[in-house]
Design a protein around this ligand. Structure first.
Ligand SMILES: [Zn+2]
Length: 248
């Protein structure tokens, strides 16, 4: 399956959530770095944050496209060397963030095994992007516990609670309480909640992601466009917030 372009909101963008690689099995989606770059050109995306479990694949893609792809290291916190690997990626590979998937790798966001990784994020001053929206491992309240323990680390709740209304509300409420939590909105079905999140949490803490190749940029861009944001909010949501967060 491949994704092709459709005309949409034309302003420049940064996509905080993309993957390259082959997600076989039930997902049956894949994207190469060349296809991602093409997709970015089609939708006026200046930078994409990119992550995949095979970090070497991402490293090679970032080497090939250093002005387009912002690599985020995806560690498995169960590995004893996880924090060390993160440090190498952040200091030697030019990676700009860390991605955690508590559901996929079966840990709670605030588990002790995550804390050494958070220390690396703190040291390198990079954000930690965390999948949210699925019980029992990736719920907004659990990310809130982690954010409380690491007030100096910027944490992004990817999917902003995803497909469950209660989790979406919890993502907004938790981010409202903690300045170091940001929200990314891919795969979140309640389009109007983007406007609500901006009003409640702040215009500088909600941002665009497509989750390609799981998500389709045309859908995700339309969602925000339909959410009736002001011109300033659109620019912040699609571009400036991620630029600041990833230090691009
Ligand atoms: Zn994803």
């Amino acid at each position: 399956m491949t994704i092709t372009a459709a005309p949409l909101y034309p302003g420049k963008k940064i996509d905080l959530h993309t993957h390259i690689g082959d997600f076989g099995g039930w997902a049956n989606v894949s994207l190469t770095e060349t296809e991602l770059i093409k997709l970015m050109k089609d939708y006026d995306v200046e930078w994409s944050a990119v992550y995949y479990t095979d970090n070497e694949l991402v490293r090679k893609a970032v080497e090939k496209y250093p002005k387009e792809l912002a690599g985020c290291y995806w560690p498995n916190p169960h590995e004893e060397t996880a924090a060390e690997k993160v440090r190498v990626a952040l200091t030697k590979w030019g990676f700009r963030g860390i991605k955690l998937h508590p559901l996929f790798q079966a840990f709670l966001p605030n588990d002790d095994i995550v804390h050494p990784i958070m220390e690396e994020a703190k040291r390198a001053k990079v954000p930690v992007l965390i999948h949210t929206g699925h019980s029992p491992f990736s719920l907004p309240w659990s990310v809130g516990e982690l954010a409380e323990n690491f007030p100096d680390v910027n944490i992004v709740m990817l999917h902003m609670g995803d497909g469950h209304g209660l989790y979406i509300q919890a993502a907004i409420n938790t981010a409202k309480k903690m300045d170091n939590i940001y929200l990314e909105t891919s795969a979140m079905p309640m389009g109007n909640k983007i406007k609500e999140a901006i009003d409640v949490v702040g215009k500088d803490r909600v941002m665009y992601g497509s989750d390609a190749p799981f998500g389709n940029p045309a859908v995700e861009i339309a969602k925000a466009t339909a959410s009736k944001l002001t011109d300033e909010e659109l620019e912040l949501y699609f571009y400036r917030n991620a630029k600041t967060l990833l230090d691009l």
